[in-house]
Design a protein around this ligand. Sequence first.
Ligand SMILES: *Cc1c(COP(=O)(O)O)cnc(C)c1O
Length: 366
Amino acid sequence: MKYNISFQPTIQSKLASIDFDNLPFGQVFSDHIFVADYRDGAWQDLRIEPFGPITMMPSNLTLHYGQAIFEGMKAFKNQAGTPVLFRPEMHAKRLNASAARMCMPDLPEDLFLEALHQLVGIDHAWIPNKPGNSLYIRPFAFATEEIIGVRPSNSYKFMIFTAPVGPYYDKPLKLIAANKYVRAVPGGVGEAKAAGNYAAGLLPTQEAHDAGYDQILWTDNHEYKYIQECGTMNIVFMIGDTIVTPATDGAILKGITRDTLLYMLRQKGMKVEERPVSIDELAKAHQAGTLKDAFGVGTAAVIAPVTEISYYESQDATRVKTIKLPLEGRDISTGLKKELHEIRTGILPDPYGWVHEVKIRDAAAV
Ligand SMILES: *Cc1c(COP(=O)(O)O)cnc(C)c1O
């Protein structure tokens, strides 16, 4: 193996104390964490150790200037009970794309993959067996230099921890199109999975919740007219028999689920268009009866159906119009979700080379 990753096993596994039948999302964490420190221009001290607190000085750069990025992915078990990862190399690449934008050092892709395989191999027993459940994986990196001053840090930490999670409850989504706030602009950091993007979305999302909506339909910064994403998911429409989704224009996060689903649809010979999509176009298609489907896509939900899209008639007006879509009759998106689930869990063969088996490692024997 190219990388030497040391392993300090936990003294007391928490595994037996976890109620796998009632997993809250993101509150239960597996026994171990992978850690790498970036110092003197290199990633070093590669290690897997017990999951636990990290200490830092109040002057830690991340806390002030937000040099912090992350990834989100999942591990499953296939039909033989072997742990599998889904398109992990895409996450390695995207982490580095995010790092580049945030002026953070590149992490070798093979180090990302080696760390991921070892960690999931050690904590394989944390992957839930129940259908629909999975092991959520959170790789992330942040500045660690302790200094007050706006400049890139000289040191960083990269970490991966995992969390067993229950099925994402895909309640149909009611969206409100943004007409006051923006998530991202071309040239900004919307293409990066940077921590600050999510902080910026909290207030608009809270206001949307208060007004009775589930998520914001993010729009462009100029006219609040062209659609970007919904909440923290990419968004896809079906107009007539064409799949239409906003083109990634520099303000849209390049979702791996989006990429996966579009690829599968094209393989099926479906017409797929990545281009600007306006709210006007959706309203007209809806009126003409050709807006067949709308759904959010991302790692957590895979596909979340959208049943309502509300929008302001004009930017200052308070009058809201709503496009309503029935939950029924979404054969393409429901079929796609099922097929992807079956590929990821080995029920169906994987013709694309997306599913990567993880070698189980005996956590006690090292
Ligand atoms: C992570 C994320 C997505 C979805 O990406 P996946 O790789 O499919 O999980 C979409 N939009 C935003 C803003 C995201 O942060």
